[in-house]
Ligand binder design. Structure first.
Ligand SMILES: [Zn+2]
Length: 327
């Protein structure tokens, strides 16, 4: 950002003004006009729906299930993107107008949140940290991983533990009840029904992983600490706390050695990353590549097929059972 480069405001070129003002300062009220002209969102009975933005896929899924037809929930992160280090565009920030609740994970997943909180632009929007009350683990970030450390150095991937996901659902439900007390019982019922599905997933994972020949799997990035702690398995990851990180040769060598020692026959890739690194590693150790989705997003094919957080976790469980050679 460079204040000296702020262009002059030219009448009619609203988009460039918005971009320039945002780029220079989040303290300027760029939303004032649009807030007053927005149309309320109506549901079929004519009542106004609660407008909710969720920062990325699992939170979108949780919010959508709790909000039902009383809330209009959308994913702030567009489908097909990987949320680590993603930054919203000006248009995407514009789309937040009228939003009552902004649900985010915290723990460093949404680096842009601090800008929102300090901007003063979102005084009508309540920020809901879904990990509130959850004890986060320290990220296994290298000391030179400045991006992770700048966000507090915590491991944000709680949603991959269905029990901790239940806590996120409860936090979302509490926020919806507060924002829309007239429908409190509705949100309560929806949250209970969804938590029952998460409890069933937890039971299925426990049963599915109860009789396995192996206890170690190789994931693409370090998104399964909470999961592994919950179910007593060991996760060796290739790229660290975020999937885009570079992998130094010594780290690659370390993973290859562990994979060979543990006789690993499956290397996991992800739906939203380049599979070449996983393919290379699999070639080195003589393993096949399967997908273990960290549930940070889904690809377009899955979106079109209407795949949910629960669908994708059951697919993960299937592939984990293959990797761990479970009965
Ligand atoms: Zn991640």
């Amino acid at each position: 950002m460079n204040a000296g480069k702020r262009p002059a405001i030219i009448g009619g070129i609203i988009a460039s003004v918005v971009i320039a003002v945002f780029a220079v300062s989040m303290n300027t009220n760029i939303f004032e006009q649009s807030k007053t002209t927005q149309n309320p969102i109506q549901n079929t009975t004519g009542a106004t729906k609660l407008k909710v933005a969720a920062s990325f896929f699992p939170l979108y899924e949780f919010a959508r299930n709790v909000g039902g037809d009383k809330a209009q929930v959308y994913s702030f992160l567009p489908i097909g993107n990987e949320p680590h280090s993603w930054e919203p565009s000006i248009q995407q920030i514009e789309e937040l107008k009228g939003t009552k609740l902004f649900i985010y994970n915290g723990g460093g997943m949404e680096a842009y949140i601090s800008k929102f909180n300090s901007s003063g632009e979102f005084s009508d929007m309540t920020f809901v940290k879904a990990t509130e009350g959850i004890t986060l683990l320290k990220a296994d970030a290298a000391e030179d991983d400045k991006e992770i450390l700048a966000q507090g150095g915590m491991d944000p991937h709680v949603w991959n533990d269905p029990i901790l996901a239940e806590q996120e659902v409860t936090n979302i439900k509490n926020a919806m009840e507060k924002a829309d007390p007239a429908n409190a019982q509705y949100y309560e019922d929806n949250a209970s029904a969804y938590i029952a599905k998460l409890a069933a997933l937890d039971n299925n994972i426990k049963t599915g992983l109860s009789n396995c020949k192996k206890d170690t799997f190789v994931s693409f990035h370090n998104a399964f600490n909470y999961f592994s702690n919950r179910y007593g398995v060991h996760d060796v990851w290739i790229t660290g706390i975020a999937p885009e990180a570079d992998v130094p040769p010594q780290d690659m060598q370390r993973v290859i050695q562990i994979a060979k020692d543990k006789d690993v026959k499956v290397i996991f890739s992800e739906a939203l990353v380049d599979p070449r690194l996983a393919n290379t590693l699999a070639g080195e150790v003589g393993a096949q590549v399967l997908v273990l989705n960290p549930l940070e997003g889904i690809n377009e094919t899955d979106q079109k097929a209407g795949k949910t957080y629960l669908d994708k976790w059951y697919e993960n469980l299937h592939n984990l059972r293959t990797a761990l050679e479970c009965q």
